[in-house]
Design a protein around this ligand. Structure first.
Ligand SMILES: Cc1cc2nc3c(=O)[nH]c(=O)nc-3n(C[C@H](O)[C@H](O)[C@H](O)COP(=O)(O)OP(=O)(O)OC[C@H]3O[C@@H](n4cnc5c(N)ncnc54)[C@H](O)[C@@H]3O)c2cc1C
Length: 290
């Protein structure tokens, strides 16, 4: 009586049917062998997920000094790379004494509407850091950097209803400026209100660009708070971002969605304040610069 074995070869998804009978101590005799190739059903994840970003070489084509500790690097990409306003890229550089390059995340301050063949990152030097001092102090036009992205869910498009409240501290303004720039380039009129904390006007990243955008766009309000300059009238507030400040801005802007970016402590406090004021936690998006 022949025996039939049906086996599935998982890597190829093919099925093989083998029929054989026993020939006593001599072994077995194969009677038939049929292979059937099963149609591979692609998983939903394969179809919808964009390919994972790959490292590519970017060339620095412009360096803009924003503040004494922050530079914008305009990086020409080897491959035009689609991204959304608010996303970030990783940059890795060789560091002396380290066997492998060290990577850090940097938000994109430009907007996809600026073109997809280059990104602008705003990098603040962290004293004693491994990567940011090199990117701010030792990187110039012509420098080549390894970049990979985009990443992140901290994004906004016109498909998401406003008004939009944006809260940032220090370099946390970078992705928020990308969102504002995107809305401006697209000619949108969704109300946006930015609350932005810096040490002083001298350290406020994009100070002039934000002032220009606010003057041009009647849907945009920019409120500065300067923590170390109580006399500068360009700032509405002169202290760290706190509950009272957020509550006041919240009442004025009546946001449908909020984006908070910067040091983890500030982000967490602002988030819990907005939720305490009645915002749906799912509509309070955060990006922490750990
Ligand atoms: C999603 C995301 C987006 C970001 N976007 C931006 C952006 O747009 N712009 C920006 O400027 N930053 C951004 N950051 C922060 C950035 O990724 C880096 O964390 C930052 O630049 C510091 O990196 P570094 O290598 O210079 O410092 P690190 O080497 O990471 O050091 C950070 C600090 O820790 C101290 N330290 C390190 N090791 C030790 C140790 N062993 N003992 C004691 N102290 C130590 C250092 O002295 C330094 O003060 C982002 C972060 C995230 C997560």
């Amino acid at each position: 009586m022949p025996l039939v074995l049906l086996a599935q070869v998982s890597s190829s998804n093919s099925r093989v049917a083998i029929a054989w009978d026993f020939l006593g101590p001599c072994g077995v005799r194969i009677l038939s062998m049929e292979a059937e190739s099963a149609t591979r059903v692609p998983r939903v994840r394969d179809v919808n997920r964009p390919p994972a970003p790959k490292w590519q070489i970017g060339e620095v084509v412009d360096v803009i000094v924003e503040t004494p500790e922050t530079n914008t690097l305009r990086i020409q990409l080897a491959e035009p790379t689609p991204y959304s306003a608010g996303q970030y890229f990783n940059i890795r550089i060789p560091v002396e004494g380290r066997p492998r390059p060290i990577q850090r995340a940097y938000s994109v301050g430009s907007s996809p509407t600026d073109g997809l063949d280059a990104i602008e990152v705003g990098i603040r030097e962290t004293e004693g850091g491994l990567v940011s001092p090199v990117l701010v102090r030792q990187t110039s036009v012509g420098s080549q950097l390894e970049v990979r992205g985009p990443y992140g869910e901290f994004t906004w498009t016109e498909a998401i209803p406003g008004p939009v409240l944006l809260i940032g501290a220090g370099s946390g303004v970078v992705p928020l400026k990308s969102i504002i720039r995107y809305a401006s380039h697209k000619g949108l009129s969704v109300p946006m209100h930015l609350l932005f904390s810096s040490k002083s006007a001298e350290f406020a990243i994009y100070l002039e660009e934000l002032a220009k955008l606010e003057a041009e766009e009647d849907w945009l309000t920019v409120d500065h708070t300067f923590t170390r300059d109580s006399g500068d009238t360009r700032a509405k507030y002169h202290r760290r971002i706190d509950k009272e400040m957020i509550s006041e801005v919240y009442r004025i802007s009546e946001p449908a969605i909020a984006f908070i970016c910067g040091p983890p402590e500030m982000v967490e406090e602002a988030e819990s304040t907005l939720v305490g004021l009645g915002m749906d936690p799912a509509l309070v998006k955060t990006e922490k610069y750990d």
